[in-house]
Design a protein around this ligand. Structure first.
Ligand code: UDP
Length: 354
């Protein structure tokens, strides 16, 4: 099959592209590399079945118009870390509005099946727990997270409208905290941040009490869920949670990462960001029933894989092995990772591809 992946240079997107190429599909990736990185696909360089287009799908020029024939559209493009969408709220809203429209128009034109990668953020700070797909959410429409929450809610609504009125076969996956190799160490999310801090002997920054919960899903499991939802016949219009029911506090996650890294890092308290959800855990009964899907990777296994990837990345930057001896609070200088070279552009410096 020919498959379009918007946001294919991101963490989840690049693992999805890997899986599709292994299946024998031809893949077109469109990404503006604002928060993703082409180096996430560097290991696929030269593959004739992979094409890359660097473009902003929300731009009026409609870069997806040039795509004439695809069978599937996976729409993942959007900043997804609170730090990233907090820096770029307008771009996040427009990617989810105009960008989603462009991706849906492409699917309609090509007669392709369409999958929206949505998010548990559509549930906001939930009052129902665990969250079922029928829960309509508790979202602050003007808060600091609203560009992503409301952007994705709009994207879901637009996707449902293309199904109802244009007959496009759409599916909506609500992803809960995916993690794994290829995240940016500076993306601000809990797993990359804690891994980088533990591997460099710096204190892990706990926001608030650390008693807020998240349910972390290893990216390999997420990708299996996305493909199952896309490929299972007869699921047009369905919304399915893709996440792990293994709910942990942030403190537990911090302790696990410190232990697995063999790090001597301590913890440092920071204020809780506004509207940070208190509890988050998916009900995955629907995914189990419709897709026969559930996560298989235990948290410790997934965190080890994430840590290994950061270790490799850091030692490639320093040219030295990153080793933090157990029990030692040793700060390592990791130039090029936390340094200016890799930092996101400051707000106001535009939305330039990197
Ligand atoms: N968090 C934290 N320290 C950090 C980064 C995040 O304590 O350095 C917390 C954050 O407050 C939230 C949870 O970890 O409660 C998950 O945050 P993340 O940014 O990964 O994503 P979210 O699930 O909030 O979208």
């Amino acid at each position: 099959m020919r498959i379009l992946v918007t946001g294919g240079a991101g963490m989840v997107g690049s693992h999805l592209v890997d899986a599709l190429l292994v299946r024998g599909d031809a893949v077109i990736v469109v990404d503006n590399v604002s928060t993703g990185r082409w180096r996430n696909l560097a290991h696929l360089e030269g593959r004739p079945s992979l094409s890359r287009i660097e473009a902003d799908i929300a731009a009026p020029a409609d870069s997806l118009r040039q795509i004439a024939a695809v069978d599937r559209v996976y729409h993942l493009a959007s900043p997804a870390s609170p730090v990233d969408y907090g820096r770029y709220p307008i771009e996040t809203l427009m990617t989810n509005a105009a960008g989603t429209r462009a991706a849906l128009e492409c699917a309609a034109r090509c007669g392709a099946r369409f999958l929206l990668a949505s998010t548990s953020e559509v549930y906001g700070d939930p009052v129902e727990h665990p969250q079922r797909e029928s829960y309509v959410g508790h979202v602050n429409p003007v808060g600091p997270r609203s560009s992503y929450d409301e952007g994705k809610r709009f994207a879901e609504s637009l996707t449902a409208a293309y199904w109802r009125t244009r007959g496009v076969d759409v599916r909506i996956a609500r992803l809960f905290n995916s993690y794994g190799p290829r995240s940016r160490a500076d993306d601000g999310r809990v797993v990359p941040t804690f891994c980088a801090q533990a591997l460099t002997g710096r204190p892990l920054t706990i926001f608030g009490t650390g008693l807020q919960t998240r349910s972390l899903c290893y990216v390999g499991d997420t990708v299996r869920g996305l493909i199952a939802l896309m490929e299972r016949p007869g699921l047009a219009g369905e919304v399915v949670n893709i996440g792990s029911p293994d709910e942990r506090t942030i403190l537990e996650i911090a302790r696990a990462i410190i232990a697995l890294a063999g790090s001597g890092s301590g913890i440092e308290r920071r204020p809780l960001p506004a509207d940070d959800p208190t509890r988050r855990c998916p009900d995955i009964a629907k995914a189990r029933a419709l897709l026969g899907w559930e996560p298989e990777t235990p948290l410790a296994t997934g965190l080890r894989l994430a840590l290994d990837a950061f270790r490799a990345e850091f030692s490639a930057c320093t040219g030295a092995e990153v080793a933090v001896p157990s029990g030692a609070a040793r700060a390592l200088v990791v130039s090029g990772v936390h340094g200016r070279g890799e930092a996101l552009p400051a707000p106001g410096n535009g939305w330039e591809p990197r």
